[in-house]
Design a protein around this ligand. Structure first.
Ligand SMILES: [Ca+2]
Ligand SMILES: [Ca+2]
Length: 240
């Protein structure tokens, strides 16, 4: 500890660098739909996957796709399919959800990541990945989607949804994965697939990290101090 100042600086920089590690994972039950691994090619309709709820579970369920359905599965063997189509009015639409928190913390960024896929064998359904709250998880706090031409058949893409709080919010708080019937797409059944649902919470403390402009000013400041010291030393050298 002969030279504590550089050590303190190094510790400070280390803290800045470690900031992303402050993100804490929020538990999502059966987040990858692997709770009950199905036989290859098998799928289940009529109930939501374990850990998830649905007001109308018939057109959603866990599925173990065939190798020909997707180039690869994001995580494990199962995914969840969600369907929309026509079997009489109203059109059916997949809609599963689960509560994950009792309340939201102030000044926190909640980041939800969901892998969304389009199979090789079915048209892609309009879908939404949502962060929801309120009674029955009916209030949409944040919602995200891809258009059908943004995911190639047989591929999954990761959708990232961010929700920031400034004050604490009473829950419940949850995740909803759903498909929508689009009248312009006709009556045939369409499918969207979901996998690997991840949610984390990280404090919004970015104010502790200097902006690039501040860094430049600080470095300029250090440089100016050094120049001043050198000038004084030179002056002293000149007068003695
Ligand atoms: Ca999975
Ligand atoms: Ca499989």
């Amino acid at each position: 500890m002969r030279n504590p100042i550089p050590l303190a600086l190094a510790l400070g920089l280390g803290l800045f660098a470690a900031q992303p590690a402050a993100a804490a994972a929020v538990f999502v039950a059966n987040h990858s739909f692997e709770a009950d691994v199905l036989a290859d090619g098998q799928y289940r309709v009529g109930f939501a996957p374990a850990g998830w709820s649905s007001g109308y579970a018939e057109p959603s369920g866990p599925q173990n796709p065939l190798a020909s359905d997707f180039a690869s599965i994001p995580d494990g063997q199962n995914v969840m399919f969600s369907a929309t189509g026509y079997d009489g009015t109203p059109y059916y639409q997949g809609n599963v959800h689960q509560q994950v928190l009792d309340s939201l913390t102030a000044n926190t960024r909640y980041t939800l990541l969901v892998d969304v896929g389009q199979s090789t064998y079915a048209d892609f359904a309009d879908f939404a990945v949502q962060m929801v709250g309120g009674a029955g998880l009916e209030t949409v706090l944040a919602s995200g989607s891809f258009l059908s031409d943004q995911i190639a058949p047989g591929q999954f893409r990761t959708l990232t949804l961010v929700f920031d709080t400034t004050s604490a919010v009473d829950g419940p708080f949850g995740i909803r994965l759903r498909t929508f019937h689009n009248p312009q797409q006709g009556q045939s059944q369409r499918l969207a697939f979901f996998d690997n649902v991840r949610l984390d919470a990280s404090p919004l403390t970015t104010a502790a990290v200097p902006e690039p402009g501040s860094w430049a000013l600080m470095i300029l400041g250090f440089g100016a101090s050094g120049a001043l010291l050198r000038r004084r030393a030179a002056l002293r050298g000149a007068t003695t």
